[in-house]
Design a protein around this ligand. Structure first.
Ligand SMILES: Cc1cc2nc3c(=O)[nH]c(=O)nc-3n(C[C@H](O)[C@H](O)[C@H](O)COP(=O)(O)OP(=O)(O)OC[C@H]3O[C@@H](n4cnc5c(N)ncnc54)[C@H](O)[C@@H]3O)c2cc1C
Length: 387
């Protein structure tokens, strides 16, 4: 049987970053993807993802600071410009479940430049927004956009350049831990690896379930819509930031990016379905809800031009899962809970460190895998603000 140091399951953003970092460190790496590379059935396709340090939790702010450094490192290595700084606004209604003070203290603690703005101050600087009076706004100048599909393709390409073997259209059918590692069973033959990085997102429990190690996971079809403003120049990245509306219902959006449209979506619309049940058909009800929000909050956002579906796999509290399975420590799980793209190169590096060194210097203390012996998995169960 072929042997590798590490086998990666899943070549979305997180698995691709793990394969890149593993191979960069010289590990003999094989990576499996059940579909073609760059497919649209998971969470890592399409164009833009928000990058930001503005979280209401110090742990995520520090991890995001590290991610900016890791993106810069990968951009330098690859010679590709993947990130674009636009500045970012997080709108927090004062009668909602989230508190602007959490952001202010987390960002302040980490020394991240930020401002707390009133609706009038927002309107003076970005007249495109129309906010009700009871909203507090956090502005962070470092927020911006990372290109999703280009980043994933670049990570895969550089993993290959470093010697990683990538086997696409090769579903992993099962993982069988043994005394020296894990047998990875595929339709095209089995391999043995010292460690497995499981980055299968919505499909994670298909491989953990037979090992009696399922993690709490909710899967849903999400959708993003591209609006066509009459004056697209007013939504240029120099004049319009990325934004997030944090309330019971969360919405988010972007300036123009490669086309004269602005993308917006609702985060976590609870359109629950498993990967097998996915329709790939946008929900007209969710589109109507988003269009109504946009016409109120960004009145010049224009007509909805097209809608694209994608998939969320989230933990109940939106915390990441990053760490070894307690009963099978040679299997290391990475799950991004619907807000991990901004952390992609950092999570990939951490996964490589866990696989090769057994530890990481980054703080992943609350991302442990829950098990019967450790039901909380180290998680403190404070809900995390996505997106
Ligand atoms: C619409 C949308 C918008 C988002 N916006 C943001 C944002 O603005 N900012 C941000 O930071 N994050 C954002 N996210 C979250 C972020 O994109 C995801 O957290 C991240 O892409 C997850 O990557 P992944 O590799 O874990 O999952 P995926 O991309 O789903 O990859 C998992 C891969 O594993 C493969 N696989 C599964 N099982 C097997 C198997 N048995 N054998 C072989 N292969 C297998 C799958 O085919 C898939 O390719 C967004 C997500 C979505 C869907």
């Amino acid at each position: 049987m072929e042997h590798f140091d590490v086998a990666v399951v899943g070549m979305g953003a997180l698995g691709s970053a793990a394969a890149y970092h593993l191979s960069r460190r010289g590990a003999r790496t094989v990576a499996f993807e059940q579909f073609e590379l760059g497919h649209v059935r998971g969470a890592s396709h399409d164009t833009s993802r928000i990058i930001r340090t503005s979280y209401g939790s110090p742990q995520y702010v520090r991890l995001a600071q590290t991610s900016y450094r890791d993106w810069a490192d990968f951009e330098a290595v690859s010679g590709e410009r993947l990130t674009t700084v636009t500045g970012g606004l997080v709108f927090i209604p004062t009668d909602g479940p989230f508190a602007a003070s959490d952001f202010v203290s987390s960002l302040g603690e980490a020394g991240v430049p930020h401002e707390l703005l009133s609706p009038d101050q927002v309107h003076q600087r970005w007249p495109q927004f129309s906010l009700p009076p009871h909203v507090e706004t956090i502005y962070t100048p470092d927020s911006g956009i990372v290109h999703a599909s280009r980043s994933v393709a670049a990570l895969q390409m550089h993993a290959r350049v470093n010697g990683a073997v990538i086997r696409d259209r090769t579903p992993v059918l099962g993982l069988t831990p043994d005394d020296t590692g894990v047998v990875v069973r595929t339709a095209h033959g089995d391999v043995h690896a010292d460690k497995v990085v499981l980055a299968a997102d919505a499909w994670t429990n298909e491989l953990l379930g037979p090992l009696g190690a399922e993690i709490p996971l909710i899967t849903m079809q999400e959708q993003v819509t591209y609006f066509a403003p009459g004056d697209s120049d007013a939504f240029d990245r120099d004049r319009f930031p990325v934004w997030i509306w944090e309330d019971e219902q969360c919405f988010y959006g972007f300036p123009t990016y490669g086309e004269p449209t602005i993308k917006a979506a609702r985060d976590r619309s609870d359109n629950l379905m498993s990967p097998e049940e996915r329709t790939f058909v946008p929900s007209p009800e969710l589109l109507a809800e988003l269009t109504s929000f946009m016409s109120t909050t960004i009145p010049a956002s224009g007509e909805a031009l097209r809608t694209v579906t994608c998939q969320y796999a989230i933990t109940p509290d939106r915390n990441f899962v990053i760490g070894p399975v307690p009963q099978h420590p040679d299997i290391i799980v990475a799950l991004g809970a619907g807000h991990a793209f901004k952390f992609t190169p950092t999570i990939g590096r951490i996964l490589a460190e866990l696989a090769l060194d057994g530890r990481t210097a980054d703080d992943i203390s609350t991302f442990g895998v829950a098990s019967a012996a450790n039901p909380a998995g180290g998680i403190d169960h404070r809900p995390v603000l996505a997106h």
